[in-house]
Design a protein. Structure first.
Length: 706
């Protein structure tokens, strides 16, 4: 092992004082690197880097996410124009999806370089497939040196026998060195990692100014495939580049690959934890007055007439805040309100605004506020605040933290209402006319397709927990219905015919349902939904969730009977019906990480499990990934081998700085097939309830006085 690492450590054995090994530049593959070759640097924790470039007939578009301080993951979409030459049938271009993973073993110190290892294209076609170990060291404030050893594609130039072969003959040869392509897409070929010939690479970066830097590297990637197909020209093993960084996180760079192919690249790096617009643009909250100055200090709430006046004032002031008052009662010195937050993306802020209104309206005899939050009219959590704490802590520098320590969060009473509902709180009717955009990715004939048009949403809630909802769309423009590729799936086509729904529909009933949510017992939530559940399926869905208010663990079970809808997306149904269901476990690991496992039966009748993890920031921005393995074989699944993808959810407030319950949510899959496909029913219980449980409320408590 010492003999193996010696060449890497020798590259960076001498150094001066150094900064942390955070990336100054991004490579053509969208990861911290020089030009083609990686460095051992990383992004700041939680940051996202978006990169697009073009050199020769190659375009690459990459998203890199620093999942943990030492780990980043990559999704890349590349277009190699003319890769298949002149085809009489089919597109001559190669549209390639790939994933990378990088782990920084050591960060940089005064006496030691940063060291990392990584996998390139470990779940795609394998065209970029390679592995590497790399070291990076700062020399003063201007120079950064990098050296490493690569395998696979990164051993096409200057290759030598694999030094790992001293550990085992297993590493001497690399199996399937010439394989790859669609048939292998998605398969994790563990057996080839770090095997076969190896080669050194390295380079230097010179930081000329705070914004301008130059790079020179020796590349061990000879681009053999691309040169042989005439996509790019390579005359030299050396690549050069310059990079100009903008203050907003953007960077523009020019580079020359192999002394012959010029390229341009733009990248943008941002922190999801920081809103694009500053927060706090909403109007200031009501001040909390001294108790003897409260608006209704002289009212006796034992008088039904004056209590009605208090209810009306509470209802009016809360409505101004975007909060619906659904119940109000008193018990001695305690006032209890039931609210539904319709505006604030951080629930603790809605609780704080509610408490301020109560302090302005209720008489001095009320010393305790109990606030029950109830999405969809279902009681979720009960938050108890002492009025004295609000009065004394509202201007305290540590007021939010101290008020959290003195508050209490428990499971709300499971009965829906206790005779304290306001007259007129139900029924409720809502509607909205907005626009929508439906996206479809990675069709080889057109990588991005979309539908766009007006969307009408209608909701009617006659009583707590019961609602009738409809979503109707009319696509004014659609490039999805221009798609000509037909599904070649050998299993039941439960998702791969999705384009036919765009092709054969005009006015669309996207969703039309009756839904009932309820609390069967303490710590339990229930949901029953019937109707046209999503754009492709109609039927009945039932769910139970166990989720103690202060628990990191939640367990759920869901059972569905669905029938596939007609392609015109109106009221008709097709012949295919199926029973699906899953047992689910959710776990909040802390620091924003939430894991989820769903095991059961999927739409095509296959059995298996889905594993996912999401990282959520305090402002509601979420980034995650998942994969599904079922009893559908890789061959029967087809391109991609198994279902997987990345997903993100961005609250509107992240863009605008103003509170909003609306979010932009997308799931990006390398390919849409039929194995591991799950029903897309709305309002699954974990998503409905989680924001109101103790951990989530505590995470957002810093906004309680906002």
């Amino acid at each position: 092992m010492t003999r193996f690492f010696a060449p890497l450590l020798a590259i960076s054995s001498l150094a001066f004082a150094c900064p942390a090994a955070y990336a100054n530049t991004l490579s053509t593959l969208g990861t911290p690197g020089l030009i083609d070759m990686p460095t051992a640097e990383v992004l700041d924790d939680g940051h996202v880097a978006l990169t697009t470039n073009r050199f020769g007939d190659i375009s690459r578009n990459t998203m890199t996410f620093q999942v943990l301080p030492r780990v980043f993951g990559v999704f890349r979409y590349s277009i190699n124009r003319g890769y298949f030459g002149t085809r009489e049938i089919g597109n001559p271009d190669l549209f390639d999806r790939s994933f990378d993973l990088n782990y920084q073993i050591f960060d940089e110190t005064e006496d030691r370089p940063a060291v990392a290892f990584g996998l390139r294209d470990f779940g795609g076609t394998g065209i970029l497939s390679s592995e590497y170990i790399v070291a990076t060291k700062h020399f003063g404030e201007r120079f950064i040196a990098t050296g490493g050893i690569g395998w696979g594609r990164m051993a096409q130039r200057g290759a030598f026998d694999n030094p790992l072969a001293i550990l085992s003959d297993h590493f001497a040869d690399r199996p399937n060195a010439s394989s790859g392509g669609i048939a292998a897409t998605g398969q994790l070929d563990f057996g080839s990692w770090f095997r076969g010939d190896a080669a050194f690479f390295g380079g230097i970066e010179y930081q000329a100014t705070d914004r301008l830097s130059f790079q020179l590297e020796y590349s061990s990637d000879a681009h053999e495939n691309e040169v042989g197909r005439g996509i790019i020209d390579i005359d030299s093993p050396f690549n050069v580049g310059l990079n100009y960084a903008y203050p907003n996180g953007g960077a523009l760079r020019a580079f020359v690959i192999g002394g012959a192919t010029v390229g341009l690249q733009y990248s943008y790096t941002f922190d999801p934890a920081e809103r694009r617009s500053p927060g706090g643009l909403e109007e200031a909250p009501l001040p909390i007055p001294p108790r003897n100055d409260a608006v209704l200090a002289s009212w006796g709430l034992d008088d039904p007439t004056t209590q009605g006046r208090a209810e009306e004032l509470l209802k009016s002031l809360l409505n101004n805040e975007g909060i619906a008052l659904e119940g109000f009662s008193t018990a001695g010195s305690t006032a209890i309100v039931r609210i539904q937050n319709r505006r604030f993306d951080v629930e603790a802020q809605a609780i704080g605004r509610t408490a301020r209104v109560m302090a302005n309206v209720l008489p001095a005899s009320i010393s305790t506020f109990e606030i029950i939050v109830q999405p969809f009219g279902i009681p979720n959590s009960l938050v108890t605040l002492r009025r004295t704490d609000l009065e004394t802590l509202q201007t305290d520098y540590d007021g939010a933290w101290l008020s959290q320590a003195r508050s209490q969060i428990v499971d709300a009473p499971t009965n829906i209402g206790r005779g304290d509902e306001l007259d007129g709180a139900f029924p409720k009717f809502s509607y909205g006319l907005t626009s929508y955009t439906a996206l479809s990715f990675f069709d080889p004939d057109q990588p991005v397709r979309f539908d766009a048009g007006p969307q009408l949403t209608i909701g009617y809630q006659p009583s707590p927990g019961l609602s009738f909802d409809g979503v109707f769309r009319y696509p004014l423009y659609s490039s999805i219905d221009d798609a000509t590729r037909q599904s070649n799936s050998v299993i039941q086509r439960v998702r791969s015919d999705a384009a036919l729904y765009a092709i054969e529909s005009d006015f669309e009933i996207n969703r039309l349902t009756a839904e009932y949510m309820f609390r069967p017992a303490p710590n339990y939530f229930g949901r029953v939904t019937a109707g046209y559940l999503e754009d492709m399926y109609a039927g009945v869905s039932g769910e139970i969730l166990w989720y103690p208010v202060d628990s990191n663990l939640a367990l759920g079970a869901e059972l569905n009977y669905v029938v596939q809808r007609d392609f015109d997306m109106l009221f008709g149904l097709q012949d295919y019906d199926v029973v699906t269901g899953h047992a689910s476990a959710y776990y909040d690991f802390g620091n924003g990480f939430v894991g989820q496992v769903d095991a059961g039966r999927y739409l095509a009748g296959d059995w298996g499990a889905t594993f996912g993890v999401d990282r959520e920031f305090n402002n509601g921005f979420k980034i995650g990934a998942y994969f599904t393995l079922t009893d559908v074989s890789f061959d029967d699944f087809g391109e991609g081998s198994f279902d997987k993808g990345i997903r993100f959810s961005v609250p509107n407030s992240w863009f605008t700085g103003e509170p909003s319950r609306e979010t932009v949510t997308r799931t990006i899959k390398p390919v849409q097939r039929d194995g591991g496909a799950r029903l897309n029913v709305a309002n699954r219980l974990y998503g409905v309830t989680r924001d109101y449980r103790a951990d989530s409320l505590s995470d957002g408590w810093g906004r309680v006085f906002r």
